[in-house]
Design a protein around this ligand. Sequence first.
Ligand SMILES: *Cc1c(COP(=O)(O)O)cnc(C)c1O
Length: 366
Amino acid sequence: MNTVYNFSAGPAVLPAAVLHTAQQEMLDYNGTGIPVMSMSHRSAEFQSILYHAEQDLRLLLNVPDNYKILFLQGGASAQFSQVAMNFSHGFKRIDSVVTGNWSQTAHRQMEKSTAAEIHLAAHGGTQYDYCDLPPVSEWDISKDSAFVHFVANETVHGLQYRQMPKLSDGLPPLICDMSSEILSRPIDVADFGVIYAGAQKNLGPAGVTIVIIREDLLERCPDSVPAVWNYKAHVEKQGMYNTPATYPIYIAGLVLRWLQTQGGVGQMAFINRRKADMLYRAIDGSGGFYRNAIHPDARSQMNVIFSTGDAGLDERFAQEAALCGLRQLKGYKTLGGMRASIYNAMPIEGVSALVEFMADFQRKNG
Ligand SMILES: *Cc1c(COP(=O)(O)O)cnc(C)c1O
Protein backbone atom coordinates (compact mmCIF):
# COMPACT_ATOMS: atom_id res chain seq x y z
CA MET A 1 0.00 0.00 0.00
CA ASN A 2 1.40 3.35 -1.08
CA THR A 3 1.23 6.39 1.13
CA VAL A 4 -1.96 8.22 0.17
CA TYR A 5 -1.77 11.87 -0.82
CA ASN A 6 -5.07 13.71 -1.02
CA PHE A 7 -5.26 16.47 -3.66
CA SER A 8 -8.94 17.30 -3.08
CA ALA A 9 -9.93 20.94 -3.62
CA GLY A 10 -12.21 20.80 -0.59
CA PRO A 11 -13.04 19.43 1.85
CA ALA A 12 -9.30 18.93 1.70
CA VAL A 13 -6.31 17.35 3.37
CA LEU A 14 -5.72 18.10 7.06
CA PRO A 15 -2.37 17.81 8.85
CA ALA A 16 -1.84 14.25 10.08
CA ALA A 17 -0.70 15.59 13.47
CA VAL A 18 -4.02 17.40 13.89
CA LEU A 19 -6.03 14.27 13.11
CA HIS A 20 -3.97 12.26 15.61
CA THR A 21 -4.65 14.79 18.36
CA ALA A 22 -8.35 14.82 17.48
CA GLN A 23 -8.35 11.03 17.60
CA GLN A 24 -6.70 10.98 21.02
CA GLU A 25 -9.14 13.57 22.37
CA MET A 26 -12.16 12.14 20.60
CA LEU A 27 -13.86 10.48 23.60
CA ASP A 28 -12.41 12.52 26.44
CA TYR A 29 -11.42 16.11 25.88
CA ASN A 30 -8.70 17.20 28.27
CA GLY A 31 -9.80 14.98 31.17
CA THR A 32 -13.40 16.22 31.14
CA GLY A 33 -14.69 12.75 30.27
CA ILE A 34 -16.80 14.15 27.45
CA PRO A 35 -16.13 14.73 23.74
CA VAL A 36 -15.83 18.27 22.34
CA MET A 37 -18.83 17.66 20.08
CA SER A 38 -21.06 16.91 23.09
CA MET A 39 -19.97 19.90 25.10
CA SER A 40 -22.07 23.03 25.70
CA HIS A 41 -20.88 25.87 23.54
CA ARG A 42 -21.12 28.00 26.70
CA SER A 43 -18.95 25.67 28.79
CA ALA A 44 -15.62 26.98 30.08
CA GLU A 45 -13.81 24.31 28.01
CA PHE A 46 -15.41 25.29 24.73
CA GLN A 47 -15.07 29.00 25.49
CA SER A 48 -11.36 28.36 25.94
CA ILE A 49 -11.16 26.47 22.61
CA LEU A 50 -12.88 29.38 20.85
CA TYR A 51 -10.75 31.99 22.60
CA HIS A 52 -7.49 30.26 21.67
CA ALA A 53 -8.60 29.68 18.07
CA GLU A 54 -9.29 33.40 17.75
CA GLN A 55 -6.04 34.42 19.45
CA ASP A 56 -3.99 32.04 17.28
CA LEU A 57 -5.64 33.39 14.14
CA ARG A 58 -4.90 36.95 15.30
CA LEU A 59 -1.29 36.04 15.91
CA LEU A 60 -0.77 34.18 12.62
CA LEU A 61 -2.31 36.90 10.45
CA ASN A 62 -1.27 39.79 12.66
CA VAL A 63 -4.89 40.96 12.84
CA PRO A 64 -5.13 44.57 14.12
CA ASP A 65 -7.18 45.24 17.27
CA ASN A 66 -9.89 47.12 15.38
CA TYR A 67 -10.94 43.93 13.58
CA LYS A 68 -13.52 41.47 14.95
CA ILE A 69 -13.34 37.77 14.18
CA LEU A 70 -16.42 35.58 13.78
CA PHE A 71 -16.71 31.81 13.28
CA LEU A 72 -19.95 31.48 11.34
CA GLN A 73 -21.83 28.76 9.50
CA GLY A 74 -23.22 28.64 5.97
CA GLY A 75 -19.91 28.45 4.13
CA ALA A 76 -18.36 31.12 1.93
CA SER A 77 -21.57 30.89 -0.13
CA ALA A 78 -23.54 32.45 2.72
CA GLN A 79 -21.00 35.29 2.86
CA PHE A 80 -21.73 36.21 -0.78
CA SER A 81 -25.19 37.28 0.38
CA GLN A 82 -24.31 38.40 3.89
CA VAL A 83 -21.76 41.00 2.83
CA ALA A 84 -24.32 42.53 0.48
CA MET A 85 -27.15 42.39 3.05
CA ASN A 86 -25.07 43.95 5.81
CA PHE A 87 -22.89 46.53 4.12
CA SER A 88 -24.87 48.05 1.22
CA HIS A 89 -27.77 49.69 3.07
CA GLY A 90 -28.06 53.29 1.83
CA PHE A 91 -25.62 52.69 -1.05
CA LYS A 92 -26.52 52.54 -4.75
CA ARG A 93 -23.66 50.37 -5.94
CA ILE A 94 -21.31 47.50 -5.10
CA ASP A 95 -18.22 46.90 -7.26
CA SER A 96 -17.62 43.27 -8.11
CA VAL A 97 -14.52 41.81 -9.75
CA VAL A 98 -15.19 38.56 -11.60
CA THR A 99 -12.14 36.39 -12.20
CA GLY A 100 -13.53 32.85 -12.26
CA ASN A 101 -16.19 30.48 -10.99
CA TRP A 102 -16.41 31.72 -7.40
CA SER A 103 -16.41 35.46 -7.95
CA GLN A 104 -19.02 34.90 -10.70
CA THR A 105 -21.19 33.02 -8.21
CA ALA A 106 -20.63 35.74 -5.61
CA HIS A 107 -21.68 38.36 -8.17
CA ARG A 108 -24.96 36.58 -8.95
CA GLN A 109 -25.79 35.96 -5.30
CA MET A 110 -25.03 39.56 -4.31
CA GLU A 111 -27.54 40.61 -6.98
CA LYS A 112 -30.24 38.69 -5.11
CA SER A 113 -29.30 40.08 -1.71
CA THR A 114 -29.49 43.86 -2.01
CA ALA A 115 -31.29 46.68 -3.80
CA ALA A 116 -27.91 48.16 -4.77
CA GLU A 117 -26.60 47.62 -8.29
CA ILE A 118 -23.81 45.04 -8.55
CA HIS A 119 -21.43 46.76 -10.91
CA LEU A 120 -19.04 44.57 -12.88
CA ALA A 121 -15.76 46.37 -12.14
CA ALA A 122 -13.65 43.91 -14.17
CA HIS A 123 -14.20 40.54 -15.83
CA GLY A 124 -11.28 38.16 -16.22
CA GLY A 125 -13.36 35.92 -18.50
CA THR A 126 -14.19 38.42 -21.22
CA GLN A 127 -10.92 40.36 -20.85
CA TYR A 128 -8.46 37.48 -20.48
CA ASP A 129 -10.36 34.25 -21.11
CA TYR A 130 -9.60 33.30 -17.47
CA CYS A 131 -5.92 32.96 -18.36
CA ASP A 132 -4.89 36.12 -16.55
CA LEU A 133 -6.25 38.45 -13.87
CA PRO A 134 -7.34 42.06 -14.34
CA PRO A 135 -4.91 44.21 -12.33
CA VAL A 136 -6.34 46.62 -9.75
CA SER A 137 -5.42 49.51 -12.04
CA GLU A 138 -8.04 48.17 -14.52
CA TRP A 139 -10.84 47.78 -11.97
CA ASP A 140 -13.64 50.27 -12.61
CA ILE A 141 -14.35 51.40 -9.05
CA SER A 142 -16.48 54.25 -7.75
CA LYS A 143 -15.55 55.96 -4.51
CA ASP A 144 -19.29 55.99 -3.71
CA SER A 145 -19.69 52.22 -3.87
CA ALA A 146 -20.54 50.29 -0.70
CA PHE A 147 -17.52 48.04 -1.16
CA VAL A 148 -15.38 46.23 -3.70
CA HIS A 149 -15.60 42.43 -3.76
CA PHE A 150 -13.05 40.01 -5.20
CA VAL A 151 -11.72 36.46 -4.77
CA ALA A 152 -7.99 36.16 -4.02
CA ASN A 153 -7.61 32.59 -5.28
CA GLU A 154 -10.01 31.08 -7.80
CA THR A 155 -10.20 27.46 -6.66
CA VAL A 156 -11.79 26.19 -9.88
CA HIS A 157 -9.97 28.22 -12.54
CA GLY A 158 -6.58 27.95 -10.84
CA LEU A 159 -5.88 31.70 -10.77
CA GLN A 160 -4.45 33.68 -7.88
CA TYR A 161 -3.52 37.28 -7.30
CA ARG A 162 0.16 36.62 -6.51
CA GLN A 163 0.42 40.27 -5.53
CA MET A 164 -2.52 40.90 -3.23
CA PRO A 165 -4.73 43.78 -4.51
CA LYS A 166 -4.78 46.93 -2.42
CA LEU A 167 -6.95 50.01 -2.94
CA SER A 168 -5.72 53.54 -2.46
CA ASP A 169 -7.05 55.72 0.36
CA GLY A 170 -10.47 57.23 -0.20
CA LEU A 171 -11.78 54.18 -2.06
CA PRO A 172 -14.45 51.85 -0.60
CA PRO A 173 -13.52 48.94 1.68
CA LEU A 174 -12.14 45.88 -0.02
CA ILE A 175 -13.95 42.62 0.72
CA CYS A 176 -12.14 39.44 -0.13
CA ASP A 177 -13.11 35.78 -0.33
CA MET A 178 -9.92 33.97 0.75
CA SER A 179 -11.52 30.54 1.16
CA SER A 180 -8.89 28.61 -0.76
CA GLU A 181 -5.81 30.52 0.34
CA ILE A 182 -6.24 31.96 3.83
CA LEU A 183 -3.09 31.40 5.91
CA SER A 184 -1.10 30.27 2.87
CA ARG A 185 0.95 33.48 2.85
CA PRO A 186 1.31 36.67 4.89
CA ILE A 187 -1.25 39.38 4.17
CA ASP A 188 -1.84 42.87 5.49
CA VAL A 189 -5.28 42.63 7.09
CA ALA A 190 -5.45 46.42 7.36
CA ASP A 191 -5.80 46.58 3.55
CA PHE A 192 -9.23 44.93 3.83
CA GLY A 193 -12.65 45.87 5.16
CA VAL A 194 -13.66 42.22 5.43
CA ILE A 195 -11.90 38.92 4.81
CA TYR A 196 -13.89 35.69 4.81
CA ALA A 197 -13.01 32.07 4.22
CA GLY A 198 -14.81 28.76 4.42
CA ALA A 199 -12.60 26.46 6.49
CA GLN A 200 -12.67 23.30 4.41
CA LYS A 201 -9.92 24.27 1.96
CA ASN A 202 -6.98 25.43 4.02
CA LEU A 203 -8.12 25.60 7.63
CA GLY A 204 -10.28 22.74 8.86
CA PRO A 205 -13.36 20.68 8.13
CA ALA A 206 -16.50 22.01 6.43
CA GLY A 207 -19.01 23.77 8.65
CA VAL A 208 -17.22 26.87 9.86
CA THR A 209 -16.45 30.10 8.04
CA ILE A 210 -13.99 32.67 9.33
CA VAL A 211 -15.02 36.31 8.97
CA ILE A 212 -12.60 39.10 9.86
CA ILE A 213 -14.42 42.46 9.95
CA ARG A 214 -13.15 45.99 10.43
CA GLU A 215 -15.05 47.27 13.44
CA ASP A 216 -16.41 50.50 11.95
CA LEU A 217 -18.23 48.56 9.22
CA LEU A 218 -20.48 46.98 11.84
CA GLU A 219 -22.23 50.34 12.16
CA ARG A 220 -23.58 49.72 8.67
CA CYS A 221 -25.40 46.46 9.53
CA PRO A 222 -29.13 47.30 9.43
CA ASP A 223 -31.43 46.10 12.21
CA SER A 224 -33.75 44.83 9.47
CA VAL A 225 -31.27 42.04 8.72
CA PRO A 226 -32.32 38.99 10.80
CA ALA A 227 -29.88 38.29 13.62
CA VAL A 228 -28.56 35.01 12.26
CA TRP A 229 -27.42 36.85 9.10
CA ASN A 230 -26.41 40.02 10.92
CA TYR A 231 -22.69 40.45 11.69
CA LYS A 232 -23.41 43.05 14.36
CA ALA A 233 -25.74 40.67 16.20
CA HIS A 234 -23.06 37.96 16.19
CA VAL A 235 -20.38 40.37 17.42
CA GLU A 236 -22.65 41.73 20.18
CA LYS A 237 -23.19 38.16 21.44
CA GLN A 238 -19.47 37.31 21.24
CA GLY A 239 -20.12 34.74 18.54
CA MET A 240 -22.72 32.99 20.73
CA TYR A 241 -25.91 34.37 19.15
CA ASN A 242 -26.72 30.79 18.27
CA THR A 243 -24.80 27.54 18.55
CA PRO A 244 -21.58 27.81 16.58
CA ALA A 245 -20.10 24.82 14.73
CA THR A 246 -18.25 23.65 17.82
CA TYR A 247 -16.43 20.62 16.45
CA PRO A 248 -15.20 22.27 13.21
CA ILE A 249 -14.01 25.23 15.32
CA TYR A 250 -12.10 22.84 17.58
CA ILE A 251 -10.38 21.20 14.58
CA ALA A 252 -9.64 24.59 13.00
CA GLY A 253 -8.11 25.56 16.35
CA LEU A 254 -5.81 22.54 16.19
CA VAL A 255 -4.81 23.49 12.63
CA LEU A 256 -4.03 27.05 13.77
CA ARG A 257 -1.79 25.72 16.53
CA TRP A 258 -0.12 23.33 14.07
CA LEU A 259 0.57 26.28 11.74
CA GLN A 260 2.49 27.99 14.53
CA THR A 261 4.63 24.91 15.14
CA GLN A 262 5.40 24.94 11.41
CA GLY A 263 6.75 28.46 11.60
CA GLY A 264 3.63 30.46 10.70
CA VAL A 265 2.39 31.81 7.41
CA GLY A 266 5.79 33.14 6.29
CA GLN A 267 7.23 29.64 6.36
CA MET A 268 4.05 28.27 4.75
CA ALA A 269 4.38 30.77 1.90
CA PHE A 270 7.95 29.62 1.33
CA ILE A 271 6.97 25.95 1.17
CA ASN A 272 3.83 26.64 -0.87
CA ARG A 273 5.87 28.49 -3.48
CA ARG A 274 8.29 25.58 -3.72
CA LYS A 275 5.47 23.05 -4.12
CA ALA A 276 3.72 25.11 -6.81
CA ASP A 277 6.99 25.76 -8.68
CA MET A 278 7.73 22.02 -8.76
CA LEU A 279 4.36 21.30 -10.37
CA TYR A 280 4.39 24.15 -12.89
CA ARG A 281 7.95 23.22 -13.88
CA ALA A 282 6.77 19.65 -14.50
CA ILE A 283 3.89 20.94 -16.66
CA ASP A 284 5.97 23.47 -18.63
CA GLY A 285 8.83 20.99 -19.02
CA SER A 286 6.65 18.23 -20.49
CA GLY A 287 7.07 19.45 -24.08
CA GLY A 288 3.35 20.18 -24.38
CA PHE A 289 2.12 16.84 -23.06
CA TYR A 290 0.69 18.63 -20.01
CA ARG A 291 -0.82 22.09 -20.44
CA ASN A 292 -1.71 25.05 -18.28
CA ALA A 293 -2.52 28.21 -20.24
CA ILE A 294 -2.52 30.62 -17.29
CA HIS A 295 -0.10 33.54 -17.26
CA PRO A 296 2.78 32.65 -14.88
CA ASP A 297 2.07 35.69 -12.67
CA ALA A 298 -1.56 34.61 -12.17
CA ARG A 299 -1.06 30.89 -11.60
CA SER A 300 -2.45 29.65 -8.32
CA GLN A 301 -0.06 28.27 -5.73
CA MET A 302 -2.96 26.39 -4.15
CA ASN A 303 -4.91 24.83 -7.03
CA VAL A 304 -2.78 23.74 -9.98
CA ILE A 305 -4.90 22.86 -13.01
CA PHE A 306 -3.53 20.98 -16.01
CA SER A 307 -4.69 18.80 -18.85
CA THR A 308 -3.32 16.63 -21.64
CA GLY A 309 -5.86 18.14 -24.05
CA ASP A 310 -7.47 14.69 -24.41
CA ALA A 311 -10.46 14.09 -22.12
CA GLY A 312 -10.08 10.30 -22.26
CA LEU A 313 -6.40 10.50 -21.33
CA ASP A 314 -7.16 12.94 -18.51
CA GLU A 315 -9.70 10.48 -17.16
CA ARG A 316 -7.08 7.70 -17.23
CA PHE A 317 -4.55 9.95 -15.54
CA ALA A 318 -6.83 10.54 -12.57
CA GLN A 319 -7.78 6.86 -12.34
CA GLU A 320 -4.22 5.52 -12.52
CA ALA A 321 -2.92 8.19 -10.16
CA ALA A 322 -5.57 7.16 -7.62
CA LEU A 323 -4.33 3.57 -7.82
CA CYS A 324 -0.86 4.90 -6.94
CA GLY A 325 -2.22 6.68 -3.87
CA LEU A 326 -2.54 10.11 -5.50
CA ARG A 327 -6.19 10.78 -4.83
CA GLN A 328 -8.86 13.25 -5.99
CA LEU A 329 -6.94 14.74 -8.93
CA LYS A 330 -9.95 14.95 -11.23
CA GLY A 331 -10.63 18.53 -12.36
CA TYR A 332 -13.77 20.52 -11.61
CA LYS A 333 -16.93 19.10 -13.21
CA THR A 334 -17.35 21.87 -15.80
CA LEU A 335 -13.65 22.33 -16.66
CA GLY A 336 -12.44 18.73 -16.88
CA GLY A 337 -8.72 17.98 -16.88
CA MET A 338 -6.83 17.64 -13.61
CA ARG A 339 -6.55 19.77 -10.54
CA ALA A 340 -3.94 19.28 -7.84
CA SER A 341 -4.86 21.21 -4.72
CA ILE A 342 -1.73 21.64 -2.67
CA TYR A 343 -2.85 23.49 0.44
CA ASN A 344 -0.73 24.02 3.57
CA ALA A 345 -1.30 20.46 4.80
CA MET A 346 -0.02 18.85 1.57
CA PRO A 347 3.57 17.79 2.30
CA ILE A 348 6.26 18.43 -0.28
CA GLU A 349 6.63 14.63 -0.59
CA GLY A 350 3.10 14.48 -2.00
CA VAL A 351 4.02 16.94 -4.74
CA SER A 352 7.24 15.01 -5.49
CA ALA A 353 5.21 11.81 -5.82
CA LEU A 354 2.79 13.54 -8.21
CA VAL A 355 5.62 14.98 -10.33
CA GLU A 356 7.15 11.48 -10.57
CA PHE A 357 3.81 9.98 -11.56
CA MET A 358 3.34 12.66 -14.23
CA ALA A 359 6.69 11.81 -15.84
CA ASP A 360 5.91 8.10 -15.70
CA PHE A 361 2.44 8.58 -17.21
CA GLN A 362 3.92 10.68 -20.01
CA ARG A 363 6.53 8.01 -20.80
CA LYS A 364 3.77 5.43 -21.18
CA ASN A 365 1.29 7.62 -23.06
CA GLY A 366 3.26 10.43 -24.71
C1 LIG B 1 -15.17 26.49 -2.02
C2 LIG B 1 -15.28 27.93 -2.24
C3 LIG B 1 -16.47 28.64 -2.00
C4 LIG B 1 -17.75 27.94 -1.55
O1 LIG B 1 -17.64 27.47 -0.27
P1 LIG B 1 -18.88 26.78 0.47
O2 LIG B 1 -18.32 26.49 1.82
O3 LIG B 1 -19.21 25.53 -0.30
O4 LIG B 1 -19.99 27.73 0.50
C5 LIG B 1 -16.47 29.99 -2.18
N1 LIG B 1 -15.37 30.66 -2.58
C6 LIG B 1 -14.21 30.02 -2.84
C7 LIG B 1 -13.01 30.80 -3.28
C8 LIG B 1 -14.12 28.64 -2.66
O5 LIG B 1 -12.97 28.00 -2.91
